[in-house]
Design a binder for this molecule. Structure first.
Ligand SMILES: [Zn+2]
Ligand SMILES: [Zn+2]
Length: 259
């Protein structure tokens, strides 16, 4: 009895943590956007309201399985999460992070392509593309079906791939950071990174922006690996410059028309 009430408490606590984490990070980057690109989100208030509402539903869908698994880890010895730094060789620490990111990216790429099949797009993915252009608040703006496909990834991986609790925290940090910054409407990372050799393999806002503009390319999450392998990588999108307003940007109005 006690155990089952604790598992419910864990699910509720994790939902609150995910929701508050979303509000803080998206709020922080929305604030930063207002400083760096004043007026970028002008006229988008109704859309931002929808983005926040869908994101908070998603917080529960992400929080419940995560809370259950966290409870099982603490109370039943579930999962391969470890806290002893010597349990595995030190070189495994960065490898485990890369394994998690690559597994997540692979799952995301293929479920994302599946959600672009027209029938499933209308049911599960139109909500996410309703943000035109997306803002920092769109990070978790998903239909519940799409949220569910994203929510199961980390709770499943912790049963399969050993990872130190701190490295898991780092994976969640990257997941949060990229989810917000890829949607905020401008490039956070320096040009040398985005347009240099690293950017050939990594996904940042410039890459995901083109997915939101064209729909039929750039499906990946962290890496351009699957997009390149499957011929769906169409390079980087362009943002409007500092002075012009986003709604006057040609590529963005094209996106709205082609929707
Ligand atoms: Zn997106
Ligand atoms: Zn999509």
């Amino acid at each position: 009895m006690l155990g089952s009430s604790h598992i419910v408490l864990s699910a509720i606590a994790m939902t609150l943590i995910v929701g508050v984490r979303y509000l803080i990070t998206s709020g922080l980057f929305a604030w930063l956007t207002d400083k760096v690109r004043p007026g970028l989100y002008q006229g988008l208030k109704p859309q931002i309201g929808r983005e926040i509402r869908w994101s908070l539903y998603s917080a529960a869908i992400y929080g419940i399985p995560t809370g259950i698994v966290a409870w099982g880890w603490q109370n039943r010895g579930w999962t391969q999460i470890y806290t002893d730094w010597n349990a595995y060789p030190l070189w495994y620490l960065p490898i485990s992070v890369l394994l998690y990111l690559f597994a997540h990216d692979t799952w995301f790429y293929w479920t994302h392509r599946w959600m672009h099949v027209p029938k499933w797009f209308r049911i599960a993915h139109a909500v996410h593309h309703d943000s035109r252009p997306p803002t920092a608040w769109a990070a978790m703006s998903f239909h519940p079906i799409e949220a569910l496909t994203g929510a199961v990834v980390i709770p499943a991986l912790v049963f399969l791939i050993p990872i130190h609790a701190a490295m898991l925290g780092f994976v969640l940090f990257i997941m949060t950071l990229m989810g917000v910054t890829n949607h905020m409407g401008w490039e956070l990372f320096p040009r040398w990174l985005v347009q240099g050799r690293l950017g050939q393999g990594l996904i940042t806002a410039s890459h995901h922006q083109l997915h939101h503009a064209r729909y039929t390319c750039n499906y990946g999450l962290y890496f351009r690996f699957w997009d390149r392998l499957c011929g769906t990588d169409k390079g980087l999108g362009a943002f409007q410059d500092r002075k012009s307003r986003p709604r006057e940007d040609a590529s963005l109005s094209d996106a709205t028309r082609s929707a």
